[in-house]
Design a protein around this ligand. Structure first.
Ligand SMILES: Nc1nc2c(ncn2[C@@H]2O[C@H](COP(=O)(O)OP(=O)(O)O)[C@@H](O)[C@H]2O)c(=O)[nH]1
Ligand SMILES: [Mg+2]
Ligand SMILES: [Zn+2]
Length: 373
């Protein structure tokens, strides 16, 4: 009794089971516990064959539901009532998020790895520009990785490097297949929470498979397990890197929408940012189009892309201005969709008293099943 009340805050904290949400399906959360604190807990419970950092299939405490606290992939959480034998637990607390994304729904990402192919499919500058602007709009660090360099001559590789340098980027050229240039990718990923993004067919799944040998993701959109066509990575899931850090594969999307405020757009082009640093426009609200005395308008390569995206941003803004509710129907903010996520889609009884391996399998089956439609 006396001992308990004399516990310091840090002692209490060190008794908390904390972890990270790797995957979410229906109202189940796969939580990987932080290894340092689970070592002793697992040893205490003397579970034969228990690994150093087990992952538990968790539910969300009803207290969290009541206050509308959602749980997302990437969330750092406190787990209570661990059932080591059944690998179950309950999420009792969600730590404040460092970042939060809507599509895909993921928390605490601090780095984007944008992957494009130099060839097969051919590198489309406008598409790359669109992805880069979308990436810049998140405010996160961006690493641009150009894959399949094995398909290009040294001259053609140098051409793309020079061209992208002029855009303000230093791309990392790799061949995932030939395992060339990968050291720079490892360095960029080390100890970060990275979301991998890019169009389909550029080698994202191949890259993740290379980084996480135990993974065996579908390559070429064919299921490794089910051999079922038309599979795309739709559910976001986090994977721990052996060397430290986490990676998430994002659902493939080919044409990210540029739903930003027109006045923000120029800030998402490094070339325009540089021009704004060195000079200033006559008008504070200059959109760098036809205004007099503009420091940004000029003959830089992507100025045409800027004008094209500006039209899109203005069109988006016009829609928003006309209907004040448009934002809420197109954007699913966390907190408001909490109820939706609570809809029980599967009976929890299904998962009782099963081994960790079969629970992991069950979650994977869920993920796979819901990708079949
Ligand atoms: N030549 C070449 N092909 C690659 C390379 N990396 C991946 N591929 C191929 O590109 C195709 C698409 O790869 P995948 O990983 O499924 O791309 P994802 O759609 O972005 O996930 C597959 O046929 C891969 O074998 C590479 O470095 N060089
Ligand atoms: Mg893929
Ligand atoms: Zn201007």
């Amino acid at each position: 009794m006396g001992l308990e009340t004399n516990q310091t805050v840090s002692e209490l904290q060190s008794n908390l089971l904390t972890g990270i949400v790797l995957a979410v399906q229906a109202n189940f959360y796969q939580v990987q516990l932080d290894s340092a604190e689970t070592d002793s807990a697992v040893q205490d419970s003397a579970v034969p064959g228990a690994e150093a950092a087990p992952s538990l299939l968790c539910t969300r405490r009803s207290r969290l539901k009541k206050v509308g606290q959602t749980v997302m992939v990437g969330d750092r959480v406190v787990v209570e009532e661990p059932d080591w034998a059944g690998n179950r637990g309950a999420i009792a607390h969600v730590f404040p998020r460092q970042s939060e994304m809507d599509r895909p729904a993921i928390a605490n990402i601090n780095h984007l790895l944008l992957v494009f192919a130099l060839a097969d499919p051919p590198l489309e500058p406008l598409q790359l520009s669109r992805f880069l602007v979308k990436a810049e709009s998140t405010g996160l660090d961006v690493t641009l990785c150009l894959n399949k360099r094995d398909l290009l001559s040294a001259e053609d590789q140098a051409y793309w490097c020079d061209r992208l340098n002029a855009w303000g980027y230093e791309p990392v050229l790799v061949s995932v297949q030939q395992e060339e240039g990968m050291e720079a990718v490892y360095r960029a990923l080390h100890n970060r929470m990275t979301l991998v993004s890019g169009p389909s067919g550029v080698g994202k799944s191949s890259l993740l498979n290379g980084l996480l040998p135990a993974l065996d993701l579908r390559v070429g959109d064919l299921s490794g397990k089910l051999r079922h066509g038309r599979h795309t990575t739709r559910h976001v899931e986090l994977f721990e890197l052996p060397s430290g850090g986490f990676l998430a594969d994002s659902p493939g999307f080919n044409q990210p929408d540029l739903a930003c405020a027109p006045g923000d757009l120029a800030h998402y082009f490094p070339e325009a940012r540089q021009r704004m640093q060195h000079g200033s426009c006559q008008f504070n609200d200059c959109l760098h189009h036809e205004e007099p005395d503009c420091a940004v308008r000029g003959d830089w390569e992507r100025y045409g892309d800027y004008l094209l995206f500006l039209d899109e941003a203005i069109a988006h803004q016009t829609v928003l201005d006309r209907s004040p509710d448009a934002e809420t129907t197109t954007k699913r903010k966390s907190g408001s969709d909490g109820q939706q996520a609570d809809e029980p889609k599967l009976s929890p009884q299904k998962y009782r008293r099963t081994s960790r391996r079969s629970q992991k399998q069950a979650l994977q089956d869920l993920l796979d099943e819901s990708e079949l439609d």
